[in-house]
Design a protein around this ligand. Structure first.
Ligand code: GLC
Length: 571
């Protein structure tokens, strides 16, 4: 009897384990149709009850990431940091912050991820370090070669008064220059004051950053997401930037200047190419080391300089819940048409991230699944922010509760326009204490009060849920029709967008209704799809049941709903 019990337990564990193991993608092309899952470590899972997420917490939840069909996880910064900008202010690039654990914990995370078939991508923050970094302290003291690791300039004296060297503004507001009394010079910070810009015109600094990349590649990471790469270089003449005609922003707001001397300088591409070369030379396996870049312009140049994923932020920056079906079609087509003609370059679709409101907030609860559907049915890489797979919502914060420095600096009247806290609340695992995120009921950011009903555990056992929709989409993404199929975008009616993927006799048709009320149309004719298709997945509020047969000559899509239809071979 006891033996039987042990056998059954072992079998159940094995089944649970194998169902979570991803079918590992390998080789040169592994990333081309991948699903990258973005983890915000502080908010994912707390293993030691201090209310802050950590590496061991992430390791304990890797099965979930494999279970939803991700190929890779990208971790927001885990390095030693005073946490002024929650890790984007690095004080030591080659160690783990004590909030998150140790290097040994990191190695365990990587080993477990590899076992589950997941690749690990780190956030690399090259534009600036924390002012608590040893390099900065030595730079202040003018110790060589650190003296030139940062951008230092003398003050401008106007009528005997000390002024910053020019009018450059920081992304978070106010002058981008901070006076340092010890060195008697200003240093540049394009972000917050404690984030000093590094000087890429110093060969020694460039080498230092390469050493950092090697350090992590030696620990078996599979690539990097490069933070805010468009700010890497500044024009050496240090001229004032021209003003833009913007009336509704305070005059020291970043948007009021045209950033011709501080953004997107051509020198960036040479540095990126050198990082590409380093990653390629390092590869012990044939698997490409993936490079994702955070920049908002000229993605063709980023592809050509070695980025596999120059982030496509169209769903965040260019489209919103007022955009029409035609707006979506135009922007999707434009992106696809502008990818330089090279088989190495694939599209990518970012659904959300830690800097922007959640998809369910931006597009509304009824459209919470729509962006994930687009991101998985369209060709290329899908980038999903943790929590979006269960349709997590933003939480409203008061100014007093605000932790994000950008929100705090904006002040009580404007913090709600800038703060990124609403999308960074802890992951909602279940309905226990702090949504199962932490054993403590005091968490670094409060848990959203809707966790009792909106959580992963509930969605796993509910017949129709965001989690189930997401899982079926990621399964579909692995089929040849999505990996290799052709793409067509069609306006079925003014309010109905169709995305069609074909491969041999297999057809996938994503149909989205942009109107609030239901729309009936002849999708068969306009999309040139078979008369009979099967509902493969549909947005949770649509009431269109997966598995049901649809007559596409008279298809009715409820208001704000989206549905993925397929031929029978794909069900
Ligand atoms: C990037 C990060 C953001 C951070 C900023 C400064 O935009 O995504 O969170 O605050 O860079 O490093």
């Amino acid at each position: 009897m006891f033996r039987l019990y042990i056998f059954i337990t072992a079998l159940t564990t094995l089944i649970a384990l194998t169902t979570s193991i991803s079918i590992k993608k390998t080789g040169k092309n592994w990333y081309k149709n991948s699903l990258v899952y973005h983890v915000y470590p502080r908010s994912f899972k707390d293993s030691n009850g201090d209310g802050i997420g950590d590496l061991n917490g992430i390791t304990s939840k890797l099965e979930h990431i494999a279970d939803i069909g991700a190929d890779a996880l990208w971790l927001s910064p885990i390095y030693t940091s005073p946490q002024f900008d929650f890790g984007y202010d690095v004080a030591n690039y080659t160690d783990v912050d004590k909030d998150y654990g140790t290097l040994a914990d990191f190695d365990k995370l990587v080993a477990r991820a590899k076992f589950l078939g997941l690749k690990v991508i780190l956030d690399f923050v090259p534009n600036h370090s924390s002012h608590e970094h040893e390099w900065f302290k030595k730079s202040v003291q003018r110790i060589k070669p650190y003296d030139e690791y940062y951008i230092w300039r003398d003050a401008k004296i106007v009528n005997g008064i000390r002024k910053p060297p020019n009018n450059w503004l920081s992304v978070v507001r106010g002058s981008a220059w901070e006076w340092n009394e010890a060195r008697k010079q200003y240093y540049l910070h394009q972000f917050n004051i404690p984030q000093a810009d590094l000087n890429y015109r110093s060969a020694a600094l460039q080498q230092e950053m390469k050493n950092v990349l090697n350090f992590w590649l030696n620990r078996d990471v599979d690539g990097f997401r490069i933070d805010t790469i468009s700010h890497l270089f500044e024009d050496v003449r240090f001229l004032d930037e021209p003003r833009r005609n913007i009336s509704d922003s305070p005059e020291d707001d970043y948007e009021t200047l045209d950033h011709i001397y501080t953004r997107n300088l051509l020198e960036i591409y040479d540095v990126l190419k050198s990082w590409r070369k380093l990653a390629d030379n390092h590869s012990k396996t044939a698997d490409t080391k993936i490079i994702l870049t955070e920049a908002d312009t000229d993605f063709a140049m980023y592809y050509e300089s070695g980025s596999n994923v120059p982030f496509n932020f169209m769903f965040i920056l260019d489209l919103n819940n007022k955009s029409s079906a035609a707006d979506f079609k135009r922007l999707i087509d434009r992106w696809m048409n502008n990818i330089p003609d090279n088989p190495a370059y694939v599209a990518n679709w970012v659904v959300g991230n830690h800097d922007n409101h959640r998809a369910a907030f931006r597009f509304g609860e009824k459209r919470a699944d729509q962006l994930s559907m687009l991101a998985t049915v369209l060709p290329g890489v899908s980038v999903i922010y943790n929590g979006d797979e269960i349709g997590m919502h933003d939480r409203n914060f008061t100014y007093e509760e605000t932790k994000d420095p950008i929100g705090c600096i904006a002040g009580p009247n404007r913090y709600h326009l800038k703060s990124r806290d609403p999308e960074r609340t802890p992951f909602q695992w279940d309905n226990s204490t702090s949504a199962g995120f932490s054993a403590s009921n005091r968490t670094w950011l409060p848990v959203n009060s809707n966790y009792g009903t909106l959580n992963l555990a509930v969605q796993r056992i509910t017949a129709v849920s965001h989690y189930k929709v997401f899982k079926s989409l990621s399964r579909l993404k692995r089929r040849p029709v999505i990996e290799q199929g052709s793409l067509q975008t069609v306006l079925v009616t003014e309010n109905m967008l169709g995305i069609i993927r074909r491969h041999g006799a297999s057809v996938v048709a994503l149909v989205i209704n942009f109107a609030d009320t239901s729309v009936t149309a002849d999708a068969r004719t306009w999309m040139n799809i078979p008369e009979q298709l099967i509902v493969y997945a549909s947005s949770v509020h649509s009431k269109l049941l997966a598995g049901s047969r649809i007559d596409t000559t008279r298809i009715t899509i409820p208001g704000s709903a989206s549905v993925v239809l397929t031929t029978a071979d794909l069900v």
